[in-house]
Ligand binder design. Structure first.
Ligand SMILES: [Zn+2]
Length: 83
């Protein structure tokens, strides 16, 4: 069975089938998961994903927008820090 990256986007890791989970963790793909709620997004979708290289994520490496605003995170740019 072919797995399509797009089929996994906006779903949660806990809801995946074993085959989909294998794809996510072992196959070459451009998907990533939010460290907090584990929703799956495209790595390059910067509107959806915030990374700790650009933002203060309070200890997380990657967060979706929802968790980002829930935690009250800020970008380093907003805080006046160059990175
Ligand atoms: Zn999240």
């Amino acid at each position: 069975m072919e797995i399509n990256e797009d089929d996994l986007i906006d779903r949660y890791v806990k809801d995946l089938t074993p085959i989909e989970l294998h794809f996510l963790e072992n196959e070459d793909n451009e998907l990533n998961t939010c460290n907090k709620c584990e929703i799956i997004k495209n790595t390059w979708d910067t509107d959806e994903f915030k990374w700790d290289c650009d933002h203060d994520l309070k200890g997380y490496t990657a967060l979706c927008c929802e968790c980002y605003s829930e935690l009250g995170c800020k970008s380093f740019y907003e805080m006046g820090i160059d990175c």
